[in-house]
Write a protein that binds this ligand. Structure first.
Ligand code: SER
Length: 630
């Protein structure tokens, strides 16, 4: 079964059950500078899971391209085993306060056993065992008992409860790590058993350990995650019930492919093996002997291909930095195997994905050039790093740069090792962008502990600098954040009142501490202009304007003058927030009209104060304002 067939079967199955297909959101979230990548299918649905009304209904299905290389969802270091990827396609379905466990679990079992034709004998499940005030998930246990009994399987050997580390899902991970306002819930995962005779198991470091479904040995594979999204963290660190009980289900397409092909190594599935074979050709080495390196090349390059096709180029910042890290890791492994050319591997990758992602074919040249250019830059960086050390330590270059970089023509033992200070190693890390492993591969040794201390200092500093980056903006639905959100709409309208309607939002980030609003404008605002904007917003607050939303056909929304990003390709119905007018349904005579998921305050008078605290230029023709509300 190809990836495309699995996707089609899934969509058909859920559409027949009344689900609406929602679009694959861009890999780099639009209009949302709070998070670097789309890392789960639920990300674009957060306001609706929290209780906002969705214009298309309550049941959704989609396939979302996700990248997991940031924050709590960072799998970059996991790549190299039999199943982890940082880029994958997530097949999902959602219930926004509609059906719940007793529908979702039997449906998934039905899809997996009757549409993917997986043998029920090979399936196991996990459920939440409870934690603090959240009880054990007896309801799911009962449902699974019935499901397994119905197919003649003794449920006792199939259902396993686990704590929050394994069976709790939130974007931030375990309950302790969740910020106030973040959504989360217990989950029930489905596992596929590749069998006790698995070679990977016998050869692995786990061979003497008792195997269980969450064992890392590779025998069991988690193929499906059904999250019962029903809680929100409050300021006391406890969990409140959301206004509705949601289902957030996601399964990795690549893992379904592994299970349907009964192939415990994702890199040996029909999706990836042709790529591995191209690597074997380019390196003249065997996958069996260099499994980890070839997995890293394949895994990191495939993520890179999708990130580049989303418009990112390697740099030292944000998405560009992550891309650079991925590419350089792939290149490290490729050089270790003394590989010849990357281009045929990129070509093979695009070929393998073209059925589900034809856009890669159109962008092939751009993708290839970006990767090859970065390969050149990386080589240059390492030459510069070598020059820096040779100068600093007055070394006579005994080996040419190329030899040092590639170990060409000499055995590792002959390349020699030069001892450098942890300070200098840190300079190579922070200014030349080389990781400790990459520094070592140039033949330099240093005190690991001292280097680690330096890193720690640096991390504390940069954490302070980037606080808020991964906070997820509106994912936090605390009172102050919601007030800040409504104030942002007022701020946008006030700016348009002053400077005209060509001015519009290009991004926003709202936390309980402050709001941040980015817009297209080519200069700083004067003090008087800032004051004027503040005055308008404060006036609107004082006027106690009602806030309400309506779901409108997109054409009508445009007609009434609503502003925002309208994605005409997919959405027929959109949700518009109105601030002002009578607040009654059908009254579109409002001060601010914006396409938005919510949530908002009910009346602007709920906001007690508004103050602009700072402005900055964030790029050509781009300004940013910070403000606080109470
Ligand atoms: N949100 C869950 C995940 O991303 C299920 O969709 O794994």
């Amino acid at each position: 079964m190809t990836g495309k067939e699995i996707i089609t079967k899934f969509k058909t199955f859920f559409i027949e059950k009344g689900h609406v297909e929602i679009p694959n959101a861009p890999l780099i979230p639009e209009n949302d500078p709070t998070t670097l990548f789309t890392s789960s299918g639920m990300q674009p649905l957060i306001p609706y899971l929290a209780g906002e009304v969705h214009p298309q209904g309550k049941r959704f299905v989609n396939v979302q391209n996700v990248f997991r290389g940031q924050g709590a969802l960072d799998d970059i270091d996991e790549v190299g085993d039999n199943r982890h990827l940082t880029f994958f396609r997530m097949i999902g379905n959602w219930s926004l306060g509609d059906y719940f466990k007793k529908e979702q679990l039997p449906w998934m079992f039905e899809y997996i056993t009757q549409h993917l034709n997986l043998d029920p004998e090979k399936l196991y499940v996990s459920v939440f065992e409870g934690y603090k005030e959240i009880p054990k998930d007896e309801e799911s246990i009962n449902i699974w008992n019935e499901i397994f009994s119905n197919v003649g399987i003794d449920p006792k050997e199939r259902i396993f409860p686990y704590g929050p580390k394994k069976n709790w899902w939130s974007r931030a991970g375990v309950p302790e790590n969740m910020p106030v306002g973040e959504l989360g819930g217990p989950d029930s995962e489905i596992f596929y058993d590749f069998g006790a005779e698995l070679k990977i198991h016998e050869n692995s470091i786990y061979k003497d350990e008792k195997c269980h479904i969450n064992c890392d040995c590779g025998r069991y594979l988690e193929i499906s995650n059904n999250v019962f999204m029903q809680y929100k963290k409050n300021a006391n660190g406890e969990f409140d019930n959301l206004p509705q009980k949601n289902v957030d289900h996601g399964s990795g397409l690549e893992r379904f492919i592994m299970a349907t092909e009964n192939e415990p190594d994702v890199f040996k599935t029909s999706l990836f093996y042709p790529i591995i074979q191209t690597i074997e050709k380019q390196t003249e080495k065997n996958y069996l002997d260099f499994t980890r390196e070839m997995r890293m090349i394949t895994g990191h390059l495939s993520s890179s291909v999708f990130i580049i096709s989303a418009g990112v180029t390697p740099s030292n910042k944000e998405q560009g930095y992550i891309l650079r890290r991925l590419l350089r890791r792939a290149i490290d492994s490729f050089e270790k195997l003394k590989g010849r050319e990357l281009s045929p591997i990129i070509e093979s990758l695009v070929n393998q994905y073209k059925e589900t992602d034809p856009v890669l074919v159109d962008k092939f040249e751009e993708i290839k050039n970006t990767i090859l250019e970065e390969q050149g830059k990386y080589e240059h960086t390492r030459k510069e790093a070598i020059k820096f050390i040779q100068k600093k330590y007055s070394l006579t270059p005994t080996l040419s740069h190329r030899e040092r970089i590639k170990g060409e023509g000499v055995g590792d033992e002959l390349m020699g090792q030069t001892e450098i200070s942890a300070d200098d190693a840190f300079i190579l890390y922070s200014t030349h962008g080389l990781s400790p492993t990459q520094i070592k591969s140039l033949g330099y040794v240093f005190n690991d502990q001292e280097f680690a201390n330096k890193m720690k200092e640096h991390k504390t500093l940069s954490k302070t600098a980037s606080a808020g980056m991964f906070k997820g903006g509106l994912a936090d639905h605390s009172e102050l954040t919601v007030k800040g959100h409504t104030a942002t709409h007022l701020l946008q309208q006030a700016l348009r009142d002053l400077f005209g309607t060509q001015l519009h939002q290009i991004g926003s980030n709202i936390t309980s501490e402050r709001l941040r609003f980015d817009f297209n404008f080519d200069r700083k605002l004067t003090d008087e202009e800032i004051e004027k904007v503040e005055q308008i917003v404060r006036e609107k607050i004082k006027d106690s304007l009602p806030v309400h939303f309506e779901i409108l056909p997109i054409e009508e929304a445009k007609k009434v003058g609503a502003i925002g990003l309208f994605d005409e390709k997919y959405e027929k119905q959109v949700k518009i927030y109105f601030i002002g007018g009578s607040g009654k349904e059908g009254d579109h005579n409002a001060y601010s009209k914006e396409f938005c998921g919510g949530p908002h305050v009910n009346n602007t008078s709920d906001i007690k104060s508004f103050k602009i605290t700072r402005q900055e230029k964030i790029g050509v023709g781009k300004q940013r304002l910070y403000a606080v509300v109470q």
